[in-house]
Structure formats: C-alpha cells, structure tokens
Design a protein around this ligand. Structure first.
Ligand code: ATP
Ligand code: MG
Length: 324
C-alpha cells in the first residue's frame, strides 16, 4: 500500500489541507462542546452557520493565534476531522504530514504544533516554514517573498538552499479588519462585526486612490443602539488598510538590511513575490512599487501558492530546507 504525503496549513484564518491536488480549505473555527473532554460539534463554515443557535456547553474556538497553535487539543480535533474528510486512512500504510509554520517559532511553539498532529494520531510530521512554498516560483539566486495571512505576514529572502533571512510580523488581515471596524465606528457611529469589516475590506477595499466604490453594511448605532444600515465608502476605509500594508512594506525594506550588502541590489532588482490571502488586496502591486521603488509580483492564486509550492518541492525531492 502506498505512502501518502499531506500538506496541512493550520492558519490563523483558514485551515488548508492539500493532498494529490485535492484541496480542503475552511475557516479555522471550531464549535466545541465540553463534557468529559472536548468534542468537535462543527467546524469551519458549518460552525459559522451555528453562531447564535448553540447551547451554553458549547463555545467557538480558533486554536491558532498570530500563526501559532495555542490550543493543541482543539487543533488536534480539527486536524483529525479534516484529514478524515480528505483521506481514507485504510488505503494507506503511512501518512506523512508536512505542517506549514511561520518563521522563527520557538522550540515550545514547534512542539505545540507537532503535538496537535500527534493528538490527531499522526506521528510522522515535518515542519515547513510557509515562505519555502515560494521556492519553486522564484529565482533561486535570491528573491524576496511575502506571505500575507490573517494573523501574520511572513517575509523572507530566499536562495535555492532555503531561507537566507526571514521574519514573522504580527500584522495580517485580522488587524486590518479590527482597524476597519474602528474606523466605521469613528466616522459613521456604527458598531459593525469583524466579519462585516472583513467583507468591506475584501469587497471594496483597495490601496488605489480615488476609489469610488461603496457598500451597504448593517450595524448598531452607537448613540441610540438601533440596528441600521449605512453606505460605507471605500475612501473612508482606505486609511486603516494602507496603514497595515505600509507596516508590511516597511519591514520588507528593513529585511534588505539583514542580507549581505553585495546581494541587496540584485535582490531588489528581482522585486518581491507575494502570496497568502492578504496579497489579493487591490492595488498592492502599485503600492509596493510606490513605497519601495521595486517590482511586486502577486501570485495569480495567492491563497494556495504556499501549498502548491511545498507540493512541488516534495514531488521533486527538494526538501533539504524542511525541519525533520
Ligand atoms: N481580496 C482580499 N483582499 C484582502 N484581503 C483578503 C482578500 N481575500 C482574503 N483576504 C484576507 O486574507 C486573510 C486570510 O489569508 P490566509 O488564508 O493566507 O491566512 P492564514 O494562513 O489563515 O493566516 P496566517 O498565515 O496569518 O496564520 C484573511 O484576513 C482575509 O480577510
Ligand atoms: Mg498562512
């Protein structure tokens, strides 16, 4: 019976499982009931559909915070659930997991990531920094890459041997959502949910100037507490969005100071390759060029580039830079 390689990304916003070109991708949220231990009642979009209709023994838990698994018990339940969906364990003698992690995890954080897989019954686990997933798509001589996720942005300069220099920045889509929510409160006196803020960001948010789009959103009035709708303009939420992308661009620039000075010019000339859900923000390419004076390349399918890249590395046996 064959051995199966499975790539699992337990992200702050989404769980992705990639196996033989089959992709499962769901919001990383579990509805958990506690009686004698934790029981997974629902997961992902099924769990989100149960908001407001659960009993008091149930709670919604996201086991990942800022890219790090903080609840390995719940993470283990999610992993077991997702892998059961994707694989029929009976068909394989061995399953090898490649688990996507951020750059620069501490030993304890790595152990916590591994523990989640062990709890799910998977013992053969190799940790892989997400930025390595860009390797098959960039020039191995030295290229800057950025994975903009929900909780973190992973930045690195890669060579064909792996990560020359990298860092993990606690800025991602969730911070943008919180800031958009605060902005709507400030300007419109309207309290909206972070889900609504995320929808505003993904549907009308952009880094371009003079964006005339707007979107109607429901919320609660601050003064009279009544539920009402407002047309939110893209111009009014541009500030919090560009603030966060500017932080990312600033850290990308400082990353260039950590590589050998003889390489800086060549690395800058190659530009930065972007992936992760946050790379889909309209206007990112021009924004990066405006602030850094270098080219930006956005992967055409930014949400899956890391998984596809790691899969390519495994298939071609180029796994020297993975953690055994
Ligand atoms: N069109 C879009 N524009 C801007 N942001 C987007 C867009 N589509 C999705 N996002 C954001 O991308 C983020 C999710 O990306 P991704 O799935 O790569 O994160 P993750 O891997 O779960 O998180 P992390 O890597 O930080 O642990 C969310 O914050 C989501 O709002
Ligand atoms: Mg990610």
């Amino acid at each position: 019976m064959p051995k199966m390689n499975v790539i699992v990304d337990m992200g702050t916003s989404n769980v992705s499982v990639f196996c033989k070109n089959l992709l499962l991708r769901e919001p990383n949220i579990a509805l958990i009931r506690r009686k004698n231990g934790a029981e997974l009642v629902a997961f992902g979009s099924d769990a989100l559909n149960m908001v407001g209709v659960t009993d008091e023994n149930c709670s919604f838990i996201c086991p990942v915070s800022d890219g790090v698994i903080v609840n390995s018990e719940v993470a283990g339940l999610i992993i077991a659930h997702c892998l059961n969906k994707v694989l029929s364990k009976k068909l394989f003698t061995a399953i090898k997991i490649y688990a996507v992690i951020p750059c620069g995890l501490s030993v304890a954080e790595r152990e916590s990531a591994e523990a989640a897989f062990y709890k799910a019954g998977y013992k053969d686990v190799t940790l892989v920094e997400s930025v390595l997933g860009f390797l098959p798509f960039v020039d191995g001589a030295g290229t800057a890459v950025a994975d903009i996720g929900g909780g973190t942005t992973e930045l690195a300069v890669l060579t064909d041997k792996g990560i020359l220099s990298g860092c993990s920045l606690n800025v991602g889509g969730k911070e943008i959502d919180r800031r958009v929510k605060d902005k709507v409160l400030d300007i419109y006196n309207l309290a909206i949910s972070e889900f609504a803020a995320e929808k505003l960001k993904t549907e009308i948010g952009s880094l371009y100037d003079n964006n005339a789009a707007s979107m109607s959103v429901a919320g609660r009035g601050v003064l009279d507490k009544s539920v009402r709708r407002e047309d939110i303009s893209a111009e009014n939420i541009k500030g919090p969005i560009s603030f966060c992308y500017k932080k990312i661009v600033d850290v990308a620039e400082s990353l260039f100071t950590t590589i050998p000075s003889g390489m800086v010019r060549d690395v800058a000339a190659r530009g930065i390759y972007f992936g992760g859900g946050g790379a889909a923000m309209h206007g990112l390419q021009d924004f990066v060029t405006k602030y850094l004076g270098i080219n930006a390349y956005i992967d055409p399918e930014p949400e899956t580039v890391i998984l596809r890249g790691i899969d390519k590395l495994i298939e071609s046996g180029k796994t020297e830079s993975f953690h055994k």
